[in-house]
Design a binder for this molecule. Structure first.
Ligand code: A2R
Length: 268
């Protein structure tokens, strides 16, 4: 008897087959990689996500994570907590944001909001996506490797699907170089994590900040052991206000579908 599902979990073909009268899957979040949307479509079931309402929140967190990595904010806080300030000054940060060039892997709704903030920090922006984005004038690179060559901060904000899986690999990281900083606020699957761990260990890149990992919430011991890796528990959109706006959009999609037969934010 179930015709609509509001979800924040994996919805695979078996789940869909178990609900023979399903019409709509309203997923909470902009990324909908957990929903088998292709299978849903084959069954004429509509899938909705929650785009736009989280753009600024995720972009804010991205800049916070970038600054945390480069200027060591979490480590400096731990230093004060441990009462070490009374003993010595905190060491100068090896890294700075000054004179950096930032590359965005993804120039969609969230990427654009991140880019505007980077501009306000006085840093040039370049990007890679499969085709040039409409209405932006930042330097475009047709391959991720060429982007990595041109920048020393790489921020990933692309969806987690087959086309992006493990695309931030050993080649991309070594091209980013020894002063390089990598930030991921999209999906963990985008990164070859073994290559990232090796690059951070060897100094192939300088540091990284991850709000997402491939096997959330299981952070490997290898990752935790790295001094130059800052990990957040996937909190990009996680404020009360923004998560409420996302939940409202899930509900509005269901209501619109059952009242008018047209959802508000169906996925492509
Ligand atoms: O490639 P394009 O022209 O479709 O550009 C999109 C880009 N993108 C890719 N770039 C390079 N290689 C790919 N295989 C690839 N697939 C997608 O990512 C576009 O610039 C961007 C996605 O933008 P939106 O669809 O507007 O997503 P939004 O709202 O910015 O969120 C991005 C992701 C979500 O899917 C969640 O995984 C995460 O952030 O929260």
């Amino acid at each position: 008897s179930i015709r609509g599902v509001a979800c924040r979990t994996r919805i695979d073909s078996r789940f869909i087959d178990a609900l023979p009268n399903l019409e709509i899957i309203a997923s909470y979040g902009v990324g909908y990689d957990a929903v088998d949307a292709a299978y849903a479509r084959s069954k004429k079931i509509i899938v909705t996500n929650t785009p736009d309402v989280l753009n600024d929140e995720v972009a804010d967190l991205t800049l916070g994570l970038l600054l945390s990595v480069v200027r060591e904010i979490p480590k400096a806080h731990a230093f004060v907590r441990k009462r070490r300030w009374q003993v010595s000054e905190y060491p100068l940060s090896r890294l700075t944001l000054r004179n950096r060039r930032v590359g965005l892997y993804g120039m969609g709704r969230i990427g654009r909001c991140i880019a505007r903030r980077i501009e306000a920090f006085g840093l040039p922006v370049a990007y890679h996506s499969r085709r040039p984005a409409d209405g932006v004038t930042y330097d475009y690179f047709p391959s991720l490797l060429e982007l990595a060559q041109a920048v020393d901060v790489l921020i990933a904000i692309v969806p987690g699907d087959a086309s992006t899986a493990k695309t931030v690999n050993a080649d991309v990281l070594s091209t980013l170089g020894p002063e390089g900083v990598f930030i991921n606020v999209g999906r963990g699957t985008v990164v070859d994590e073994a290559a990232l761990i090796a690059a951070l260990r060897a100094g192939t890149i300088a540091a990284a900040g991850l709000d997402v990992i491939a096997d959330e919430p299981n952070v490997s011991e290898d990752m935790l052991a790295l001094e130059n890796l800052t990990i957040l528990p996937h909190i990009g959109s996680a404020s009360v206000a923004t998560r409420t706006a996302m939940a409202d959009l899930v509900a509005r999609n269901l209501i619109a579908w059952f009242q008018s037969g047209a959802a508000i934010t169906p996925v492509p």
